[in-house]
Design a protein around this ligand. Structure first.
Ligand code: CDP
Length: 800
């Protein structure tokens, strides 16, 4: 074995390590149309499944007659709730310890609920046959809001459950009620705000789907599916379908966007699995766009009512918040078990609030089950939106400058680690610096002058700020679990003898670029060029167990596991290097890509030479090979900070508002791939703009879902989306993450909406209007200006 004489560390950027804006390797197949999505997969003998959905929001099922459907040539199976019940599969557990109907038996509880399935030779036959199923419904009064659900005479939606006398799912509280009351007594001023964060929908380009393939000969069930958390699905299938876990293989191939929509277990998955077991043929189910919009996990739908106790110099003394969450017909939030309203209690984390109290209530309504964390860490979007709307309202009530009020109350740089009144421990940050960078970039003082001038001429200009820190990367496992399964993650690294490597994690990329960035972490730790490392995720037979990708937990948890497993490999490689260099391990030092003898730095071996030795020249007694696995249980969440600034002009005649400028300052610690981080921020800001401006999905008094198609529920294109100016100059490395990275995937979607809304509210501040609920559609803004009144987005309620 020859030794290298190189004494120089590799150039990290050249090998695609940390900080390299490496082009996304996955894009090479995506832009060629060679992605491998669930619907691209065809298996021999495959059948197709379609779902019959309820047209009514609330109705008793008197009878289901599928005889006409069975007679259609090409129909292989019709599944109804009754048939599912004979196999104990009519109901399934949810991720929040509730139950959810797979196929309705007794009642339908939301419009679009799954009532029956047809499995046929092709999807068109299956769809036609669905229409041939006769369901006799007896309509019941629908409930479309928590207020209506809580009324004394409201029908009980979940009459299937014992001990469920009403529509309340939970009452939960956190914080110090008495301390908060005392602080409110000391206040010079109490500021109050009420608003509704409307339902919104993740709308991934690819809808949900699965292909179940049960092989009776091997007893093995393979399911290709659109899951952000394939290992959790494997466990769920094992428990629900009572199949042995080692005989279940879940494969999440390429996923066309998830955003939280692809975390829950949906009835379509369960039905395709049962159908494949019964028919012993592969069964494919691909949801259509309307089906996705109307029946899969919605997000938000929370009514928030808060008060802030203030000293007259602007110091926040306490906050008090009440939340009423509309969960739809089944409580199916995918969130840590301990927290009934997700991480809502991270609200006001960026501010040094001495004491606070939150009361949260959840109710059933006749809507699709909601509460998925749409690009969000378990309700953090609602928390930060309310926080930033409240901060603006409080500053206004105090007659204080928006920026000065924030700066005065921020957690200061020397206060970290900082415990929030609701128990979180913030790790690090430079909040005031981010604010200052943004104020300068948006031209704050100048804009205020322009705004004054414009007002004199009847023009409405506004500036909105949103500053927030967000908890990303659940667990630690002490506090975070889903259905008792602790929230950690994993990585496995195998270095082949030629120095090329494969890394697998328990996360699952859905467009975030893990195939690119995980290789960069290995390159940083081992000096193996990123292009020599392949990343694989999503196959439960090969990937180590992990909790999946949502809540921006990949970098904080799985990414950390990649760094830790690389370090295990480096530790073994050091022993191999010592053996090759014929010195003791203590005499060996490391520089990127190479071990060398401390006293003779030109005597060294590369990581690739160590890899070869692991298979061909290991020391006596050493186990051959160079591979390992790491399970990473994070000591804390990571806390990135974001400051967003928006300027707008509102047309007083029409209520239309245009974005003039948008500045984003994001501090997510060390950036693995700055280009990918920028892409994440731009995508998130686009979604934030869409939520604030145009995404309208609601329900009428009958419980009909309004906005269940893309003519009504708008996705912004490049035409509507404003430009964004991104700033990356503030970097506060995460003190407990092995490479100092914090999550970023969802910051912009979480913090962005308030910046847009605050800008419009600032533009119309002279009207005295406190709130317009999102989306700020022109008619709502016009109504607020014209009638000088708040505009609610709550759905109308039947009065008969
Ligand atoms: O969990 P998810 O992948 O959705 O979110 P994330 O962990 O915030 O990462 C989103 C993408 O940004 C991944 O490709 C990360 O590796 C990348 N990223 C980065 O390059 N630097 C960071 N500090 C954070 C994320």
């Amino acid at each position: 074995m020859s030794t290298s004489t190189t004494s120089q560390a590799l150039d990290e950027i050249k090998i695609g390590g940390l900080g390299a804006s490496r082009k996304r390797v996955e894009d090479s197949r995506f832009i060629r149309g060679k992605g491998n999505y669930t619907d691209d997969i065809t298996l021999p003998g495959m059948l197709h499944m379609e779902i019959l959905r309820s047209p009514l929001a609330h109705a008793r099922i008197k009878s289901i007659d599928a005889s006409r459907a069975w007679e259609i040539p090409g129909v292989q199976l019709v599944l109804t709730g009754e048939m599912m019940a004979t196999r104990n599969l009519a109901w399934m557990p949810t991720l929040s310890y509730d139950t959810q109907a797979v196929l309705a038996t007794d009642k339908v509880r939301f419009q679009g609920q799954e009532v029956a399935c047809v499995i046929a030779d092709d999807p068109y036959i299956a769809k036609d046959a669905c229409e041939a199923i006769d369901v006799d419904y007896e309509p019941l009064p629908p409930i479309v809001s928590p207020k209506q659900a809580l009324a004394a005479d409201a029908p009980v939606i979940r009459d299937d459950k014992e001990n469920q006398p009403d529509n309340v799912i939970y009452n939960w509280e956190v914080g110090d009620r008495e301390g908060t009351d005392r602080a409110f007594e000391q206040a010079d001023l109490i500021s109050r705000l009420q608003l509704h964060y409307p339902r919104s929908h993740p709308s991934p380009i690819e809808c949900c789907g699965s292909i179940a393939d049960f092989n009776r000969a091997t007893s093995k069930l393979t399911v290709y599916m659109t899951s952000q958390a394939p290992h959790i699905i494997r466990a769920a299938v094992a428990l629900v379908a009572e199949l042995p876990e080692h005989m279940i293989r879940i494969i999440s191939p390429d996923i066309g966007g998830g955003f939280g929509n692809k975390v829950p277990v949906y009835p379509g998955y369960v039905c395709s699995i049962l159908a494949s077991i019964l028919l012993e043929r592969p069964v494919k189910w691909i949801e259509d766009k309307s089906g996705n919009l109307i029946s899969t996990g919605f997000a938000r739908d929370v009514y928030l009512d808060g008060e802030m106790a203030l000293r007259k110099d602007g110091k926040i003394l306490a906050v008090r918040v009440k939340t009423d969450a509309d969960h739809g017909a089944f409580f199916s939030d995918a969130q840590p078990s301990k927290f009934k309203i997700g991480l809502m209690h991270s609200t006001f984390a960026a501010y040094d609030v001495p004491v606070g109290h939150i009361m949260a209530r959840g109710t059933y309504t006749n809507k699709a089950p909601g509460g998925v964390a749409y690009r969000c860490s378990f309700r953090v979007t609602e928390a930060m939106f309310f926080q930033e709307r409240m901060i603006q309202a409080a500053a206004q009530d105090l007659g204080m400058d928006q920026a000065a009020f924030r700066r005065m109350n921020f957690v200061r740089d020397d206060q970290f680690p900082h415990r929030t009144p609701f128990g979180f421990l913030l790790d690090s940050g430079q909040y005031a610096k981010c604010l200052d960078v943004g104020l300068k970039a948006i031209g704050y003082e100048d804009f205020r002058r322009q705004q004054e001038e414009a007002r004199k001429n009847g023009r409405l200009l506004g500036l909105g700020i949103s500053t927030m820190t967000e908890p990303l990367g659940a667990g630690n496992s002490r506090e975070y679990d889903i259905l008792g399964i602790k929230m950690f993650d994993s990585a496995e690294l195998k270095v082949h003898m030629t120095g090329k490597a494969i890394v697998r994690t328990g996360a699952k990329t859905q467009g975030q670029g893990h195939e690119t960035t995980w290789a960069q972490i290995v390159a940083h730790e081992l000096g193996i060029p990123a292009e020599d490392i392949v990343v694989e995720e999503g196959d439960t037979d090969t990937a180590p167990f992990g909790m999946g990708t949502y809540a921006s937990r990949s970098t904080p948890v799985a990414g950390a596991a990649v760094a830790m497993v690389s370090r295990k490999i480096r530790a073994k490689a050091r022993k191999l290097a010592a053996h090759l260099l014929e010195v003791s391990e203590e005499d060996v030092d490391w520089e990127l890509g190479r071990f060398y003898v401390r006293s003779a730095p030109d005597r060294g071996v590369t990581i690739q030479e160590c890899a070869m030795a692991a298979y061909s020249n290991m020391p006596d007694g050493m186990e051959p090979g160079l591979e390992n696995t790491a399970y990473y249980d994070p000591p804390n969440l990571t806390w990135p900070f974001a400051a967003y600034f928006v300027t707008v002009e509102v047309d007083p005649e029409t209520g239309v508002w245009d974005v003039l400028n948008m500045v984003a300052v994001d501090d997510c610690g060390v950036r693995i791939n700055p280009m990918i981080v920028e892409g994440q921020i731009m995508g998130g800001l686009t979604e934030a703009y869409a939520m604030a401006n145009m995404q309208f999905i609601t329900f009428d008094a009958e419980g009909n879902c309004v906005g269940s198609n893309y003519m009504d529920y708008l996705l912004p294109t490049a035409w509507e989306t404003p430009g964004f100016e991104l700033h990356s100059e503030v970097v506060t490395p995460c003190p407990h993450h092995p490479i100092g990275a914090k999550g970023i995937g969802e910051c912009a979607a979480v913090g962005g909406p308030a910046a847009f809304v605050n800008a419009v509210m600032d533009a119309i501040s002279d009207t005295g209007v406190r709130n317009i609920d999102m989306p700020l559609l022109p008619d709502r803004v016009w109504e607020a200006i014209k009638y000088r009144r708040d505009v609610s987005g709550a759905p109308p309620v039947r009065t008969d």
